[in-house]
Ligand binder design. Structure first.
Ligand code: F6R
Length: 356
């Protein structure tokens, strides 16, 4: 475990400085705010918008997931997440389609963007460049250019925060200055606490990585934004730590998965269960979590309860995402793994490109 407090070893393992990217998450959010403010929205024609479809895969798709979970209570039109080649049939010409692809070259997103243009939808494209930028420009559509040089999952601040703030600027949701300030100041506080210079003893992100190390993680979220956060943890553990990880959400898991922990005890005894504790959750959800943990605790090697910090939903989501993101990078180091490369994703994309 010493590696977590050994900056020289970390540097030699972390070829493209994924930890540095995480440590600068706050700066990324500040820059994303500036980008959102500077976008020329005059070309977006949005009279009587019937719905919003947000397209994207993987790290870019996460932007749509988290935006939807944050706006769903207040937005007046349906928000549909599309993670594939096809737009649903009901996405018509009076919909706003937001195409998010960090590289701008992800084939599923390009295919769905092309369908949107054929149907006459309004398009807002978000990327660091690539084909999506070209398509938007050729069709006279609005393109939001985010800085290049990151892994898509390491650019989540740019992708998600810009999209979220733009929905505010376009009048689809109300975002208060207070919630933004609260979220940003919480992230700035956590950046210091979770960074490499805070030793494991005092660093919750390093401690979490130690608890996950050597055990197969199962992350239980809560329907709503904490479900999206659980899925983000799973994906970050997969991509950064190169480790299997599974997830589910309350209350749905109480109707199936809860009874699935009887057999294969030899395997489950090597697993760690992570649950989020949100003081703002309803009593029903609180009792579900407590009862479920009591019922299945014995099947796991360890159960970790993660307190959700912050007042607003935005602050809670961002701070919990941040903890999972940075812990997954520390977990990579514990496995002696470079967090940045995602070779199998690249192989798959290259194989599929041969079909074009
Ligand atoms: C890599 C990553 C992937 C990509 C996905 C889509 O860091 O997170 O999940 O996000 O393969 O590619 P982009 O984001 O370029 O559209």
């Amino acid at each position: 475990m010493e590696i977590l407090d050994d900056p020289v070893k970390i540097k030699s393992l972390d070829s493209l400085d994924m930890l540095g990217v995480e440590e600068k998450f706050y700066d990324q959010l500040i820059e994303a705010k500036k980008i959102a403010q500077s976008v020329d929205i005059s070309r977006l024609k949005l009279p009587n918008t019937a719905g919003i479809a947000i397209l994207g895969m993987g790290g870019s798709g996460f932007a749509g997931d988290i935006v939807k979970s944050l706006v769903i209570d207040s937005v007046a039109v349906p928000v549909e997440i599309v993670k594939g080649y096809e737009l649903p049939g009901f996405v018509a010409g009076n919909w706003l389609v937001i195409g998010v692809s960090y590289s701008g070259n992800t084939e599923e997103t390009i295919s769905a963007v092309r369908q949107a243009l054929k149907r006459g939808c309004e398009l807002l494209a978000v990327s660091a460049g690539g084909e999506i930028e070209r398509i938007a420009e050729q069709n006279g559509k609005t393109h939001v250019k985010v800085p290049s040089g990151y892994q898509p999952r390491g650019a989540s601040g740019y992708l998600f925060f810009t999209t979220f703030l733009l929905l505010g600027r376009l009048g689809f949701i109300k975002i208060s200055d207070n919630e933004i300030e609260e979220a940003l100041s919480l992230i700035s506080e956590k950046a210091e606490l979770y960074g490499r210079n805070t030793g494991t003893e005092k660093n919750p992100a390093k401690k979490l990585a130690v608890e996950l190390f050597g055990r197969l993680p199962v992350i239980y979220g809560i329907n709503g934004f904490l479900s999206t956060v659980a899925y983000r943890w799973k994906c970050e553990i997969n991509e950064n730590s190169k480790c299997p990880c599974f997830w589910a959400e309350f209350p749905e898991l109480n109707h199936n998965e809860t009874v699935g922990w009887d057999n294969l005890k030899e395997q489950t005894q090597k697993m760690v269960l992570v649950v989020f504790r949100d003081a703002g959750a309803s009593d029903k959800i609180r009792v579900r979590i407590e009862t479920t943990v009591k019922l299945i605790r014995e099947q796991f090697d360890l159960v970790v309860e993660v307190p959700v910090e912050g007042k607003s939903r935005l602050a809670k989501a961002l701070s919990t995402i941040y903890l999972g993101d940075i812990a997954s990078v520390y977990l990579a180091f514990l496995y002696n793994t470079d967090p940045t490369p995602v070779d199998r994703i690249a192989v798959l994309k290259a194989e599929l490109a041969k079909l074009d």
